[in-house]
Design a protein around this ligand. Structure first.
Ligand code: ZN
Length: 162
């Protein structure tokens, strides 16, 4: 669970789906999740990568409608150091928008904006390049789980939540 609260919906949990048994396993941190995601096509995830579980154990989390599931594109690059990648969901759930907050607090929402950012602040050119950013919008799952995907899910915001 992410502790920070924003006015938008927050990511409640990160999960990956086992390529063998199709169960969903929770991944404890964003960093770990992004490491798995980064090479997901060449190196799919299986339950036995976690020494504490096997495909015989029940899944950590069920795909259901109590959460909104957002499926990332496999092999999206890791979020560069000192930047934050956030997803915001349009009200009608039609799509998600990807925003990166740069180390200096500037926000970028597209590859073109990253290029402009690097032109304006060339001091960041040795830290990252356009290829470190992925604006491919994750897919919002309505009612089915595709085979073998990695995904994060967003908890629906409720009024009672602190
Ligand atoms: Zn499994």
């Amino acid at each position: 669970m992410e502790k920070s609260r924003t006015s938008k919906e927050t990511v409640g949990a990160y999960a990956v789906q086992c390529g063998r048994c199709s169960k969903w396993r929770l991944i404890p941190s964003r960093e770990e999740y992004e490491t798995i995601r980064e090479s997901f096509i060449e190196d799919p995830w299986f339950c036995d990568k976690n020494p504490e579980v096997s495909c015989d154990d029940p899944g950590d989390i069920e795909y259901d409608t109590s959460r909104l599931w957002v499926i990332d594109k496999p092999n999206a690059p890791k979020t560069p150091p000192n930047t934050t990648r956030s997803l915001s969901l349009r009200k009608n759930l039609s799509r998600t928008d990807v925003t990166y907050v740069m180390p200096n607090g500037k926000r970028v929402r597209s590859t073109v904006e990253v290029e402009k950012f690097l032109e304006t602040y060339p001091e960041y050119k040795d830290q990252f390049s356009v290829s470190n950013f992925s604006f491919a919008t994750p897919k919002i799952l309505e009612d089915m789980v595709p085979g073998n995907s990695a995904g994060s899910n967003k908890k629906r915001r409720t009024e009672t939540e602190k």
